[in-house]
Design a protein around this ligand. Structure first.
Ligand SMILES: Nc1nc2[nH]c(I)nc2c(=O)[nH]1
Length: 270
């Protein structure tokens, strides 16, 4: 992967990736980009007409998906407004151990492709007991527990209102019932112990996951406006009485898919 070469500039690779996307899709500029996490996969076809479906392996810096079910493709979608959305279905997770550059490459590529809005979605564990599996929630802020950053060198970036209150306002106009919470990114790939979930709660977290925070920081560095949405597919360990199971997670995501994909399509239309 070109991003692994020592001394390579990740923004150069992102520019090459954006160029390739423009070539293959025939779309010179994408106005908005979305990363679809567990349970959000259906949103792409609901939000507009797919102009091109691009295998991630065709694009410099992207890698084959590690998760079964995560189809490693990017889609160029023409929205009813005539704008274009770049839908990224090939997220690289931090726990794959390929380094932060690979984790945030899709965001940097989206910015290089012209996107000024980055919508980050994920599947996550819920700490708030009122959230049942299948509940989508807005991310109001994050706590980055990875002890890592996509920023290199003295790039002191402000992260105030990182999860745009303007975009959250629009989302709530579309779906007033949406709750919100603070997202804690753990390194994973193990789920948290009940004690770690209580720690996350004690430090102000409401959602536990293994993605998104590092991507959001990179999106801010690229000057993009960020909207984050978590699909609560399970209550975090210790919050619910039964042990976590990956099957339960997949099932909850599948059941919620039509609802949240429609929600996302309506938010994007705005
Ligand atoms: N860290 C963490 N990530 C998750 N992703 C999903 I789906 N559920 C969880 C969870 O309970 N904890």
């Amino acid at each position: 992967n070109p991003l692994d070469a020592p001394g390579v500039d990740p923004f150069t690779v992102a520019a090459q990736a954006a160029e390739r996307i423009a070539e293959i899709s025939g779309v010179a500029r994408h106005d908005i980009a979305l990363t679809l996490g567990s349970g959000w996969g259906r949103a792409a076809e609901l939000m507009g007409e797919t102009v091109a479906t691009i295998p991630a392996t065709e694009i410099p810096g992207f890698s084959k998906p590690a998760l079964v079910g995560h189809v490693g493709t990017l889609r160029s979608v023409r929205l009813p407004s005539g704008k274009h959305a770049l839908v990224i279905g090939a997220r690289t997770h931090y726990y794959e151990g390929h380094g932060v550059r690979r984790v945030v490459h899709s965001v940097r590529t989206a910015a290089a492709a012209g996107a000024t809005t980055m919508i980050l979605t994920n599947g996550a564990g819920g700490i708030k007991e009122t959230w049942t599996p299948g509940t989508p929630v807005l991310i109001s802020d994050h706590i980055n527990l990875t002890a890592d950053s996509p920023l290199e060198g003295a790039t002191f970036i402000d992260l105030t209102d990182l999860y745009s209150s303007r975009l959250r306002g629009i989302a709530r106009e579309v779906a007033p019932e949406l709750d919100e919470g603070v997202y804690c990114q753990f390194r994973g790939p193990h789920y948290e112990t009940p004690a770690e979930v209580q720690m996350a709660k004690a430090i102000g977290g409401h959602i536990v996951g293994m993605s998104t925070a590092l991507e959001a920081i990179a999106a801010r560095q690229a000057g993009m406006e960020v909207l984050g949405l978590s699909l609560i597919t399970n209550l975090a360990a210790g919050i619910q009485k039964t042990p976590l199971s990956h099957e339960e997670v997949i099932e909850a995501g599948r059941a919620a898919e039509p609802v949240i994909s429609d929600l996302l399509a309506r938010v994007v239309e705005r």
